[in-house]
Design a protein around this ligand. Structure first.
Ligand SMILES: Cc1cc2nc3c(=O)[nH]c(=O)nc-3n(C[C@H](O)[C@H](O)[C@H](O)COP(=O)(O)O)c2cc1C
Length: 202
């Protein structure tokens, strides 16, 4: 375990196995482990979970809990306990994938607790939690990542996680295209090393 028992949660949000997002996230993981051998690191593949969409029943406003029984309960524990979160999603129609959006919307419970109940997640621990966003898209437009970044920033905010930065890659489309860009893979590895270093410092 890392110093002080730090936990890192890596969330794979693409439906495509061994796709560009998976590859980038794995480079980051390699970098983290290269810098910090003791880290407690958990990788979650949203495509393997059963996550239903938010029903907007509003029960969580009163109970602070979600009535839907699926894999979100376990995932919520991981989201609550992680010190650092690295969330990866390719761009689908200018935002995150449905897998990621399902998790984000079910995070309404966190939003309710923070903004309706005024009880933010770290109110007792005062833990400084950090998050990074990793994304890829096929096109090259200036605004390609804007929608997704906003969604992720507001999700992190509900979780009391500061948005520390991102790795955003334009112009990759086919499965594994990213492997043709060794400089991007190095960037991912370096980001992982930076995160591994920060873990030891925090
Ligand atoms: C349903 C769907 C929607 C997409 N929408 C966009 C888009 O809005 N902009 C874009 O640049 N690429 C878009 N793409 C392309 C993916 O972002 C791109 O292929 C990416 O490399 C996939 O990453 P992955 O291999 O990690 O799944 C879309 C792909 C799919 C399947």
């Amino acid at each position: 375990m890392a110093k002080g028992g730090k936990k890192v949660l890596v969330i794979h949000g693409s439906p495509r196995k061994e796709g560009n997002t998976d590859i980038l996230l794995r480079e980051i993981v390699k970098g983290i482990k290269g810098e910090n051998k003791e880290v407690e690191l958990r990788e979650i593949y949203l495509r393997e979970l059963h996550l239903l969409p938010c029903q907007e029943c509003r029960v969580c406003n009163r109970s602070g809990r979600c009535i839907i029984k699926d894999d979100m309960q376990e995932l919520s524990t991981e989201l609550r306990e992680a010190d650092y979160i690295i969330l990866g999603s390719p761009i689908f129609f200018y935002t995150v994938t449905t897998y990621v959006k399902a998790m984000v919307d079910r995070g309404q419970v966190f939003w309710v607790r923070k903004y309706l109940w005024k009880q933010s997640l770290n109110w007792q621990t005062k833990k400084e939690r950090k998050g990074w966003f990793v994304s890829v898209g096929a096109t090259r437009g200036k605004k390609l990542f804007e929608g997704a970044i906003l969604t992720v920033k507001y999700f992190f905010d509900a979780l009391d996680i500061s948005y520390e930065g991102d790795l955003l890659v334009r112009g990759v489309e086919a499965k594994g295209d990213i492997l043709n860009y060794p400089e991007v893979l190095s960037k991912a590895y370096e980001l992982g090393k930076k995160i591994g270093f920060l873990l030891q410092k925090d």
